[in-house]
Ligand binder design. Sequence first.
Ligand code: ATP
Ligand code: MG
Length: 352
Amino acid sequence: MWRQVACSHRILPGGWEQNGVKQLGLDLGSSNTRIVTKEKGIELLSPTAAAFEKKSGRMVAIGAGARRMLGKTPVGIEAIRPVQGGVIAEPEAATRMLRRYFKRLEAVSLFRRPDVIASVPCNINEVERRALEDTIYDAGARQVFIIEAPLAAALGAGLPVAGAKGSMIVNIGGGCTQAAVLSMGGIVISDSLRVGGIDFDRAIVQYLRKKYELLCGELTAETLKIRIGSAWPKFDRGTYDVAGRDLGGGLTKTIKVSSADICEALYGRLEQITAMVKTTLEETPPELASDIYDSGIVLTGGGALLEGLPELITRLTGIRTIRAKKAPDCVCRGIHWCLGNPAASRYIRYRA
Ligand SMILES: Nc1ncnc2c1ncn2[C@@H]1O[C@H](COP(=O)(O)OP(=O)(O)OP(=O)(O)O)[C@@H](O)[C@H]1O
Ligand SMILES: [Mg+2]
């Protein structure tokens, strides 16, 4: 059963820290794990990846080291993304990775266990929510509190969440995209899609394979997306040389990929995202829709950094869309605001 923290007999966010328990904010994303503390802000930002020795099960790398191994591990080693589509896909790996991160921050020891506020995607089911919570408990947490990611993103982006005026947030992460309309401190309507930056990378891999008969890895595709990617042909960011395996001859070759190529490769995924935004808007009560028309749509998450994306959404919805400042960190900044803040109790829940 889920309860608002304020109703619980447990320690309230405002009263934390008194008994020396470390308080952490956690955004366990499909691409990146971010851990925040009240005092230092974002203390840990590391890829959500882990690599294991297949035979012994020994963890050989986590974070950036494991991410580099994705898709090119030597025989006997397996590199995985423990979180996929915003939810825990490999509980064991996620727990072990998280425990390491907690230890790195000296939050977990024989005598210490932290209290954690974690973000969860909206519209996930009870089993997925429980899996996330259990992972955090197993990694060493004493108590786990939950905040819905779009709410945290809106708080982090500085939107007037508590007021009666409606606002809309679209959080585009690595594994999922969430659109939510917020008013009076809560989510009025929301939708989510298991499509994010990682799927953009996969779409680029497929595109290059088909058009140029070139096989490259997802990390190369991500570099292309970041360097020259654009959501709209109007935003031309030049070309980039990519080396990969020639599917025609089997040897390596280098080709010049243009910004227009990436735009074409991403077309299908972006269409899915814009369709979801439109559907959410269509289902929004008219009063709130007119507020959103005035205030605009705010994009957060790493995927929001794609060049031309706000302009594309503005054009397709007719509503001014902007990218939040420090968009990838918004969820984490929202959680940071909640840490030790009595006013945050209305946004946070815990399982009784
Ligand atoms: N400049 C950029 N242009 C386009 N995409 C970018 C840029 N910088 C980062 N990204 C993408 O943002 C994604 C990561 O975003 P973020 O850290 O918000 O995801 P996450 O929180 O881990 O995932 P999720 O919330 O979906 O579980 C990656 O796919 C990355 O490639
Ligand atoms: Mg995220």
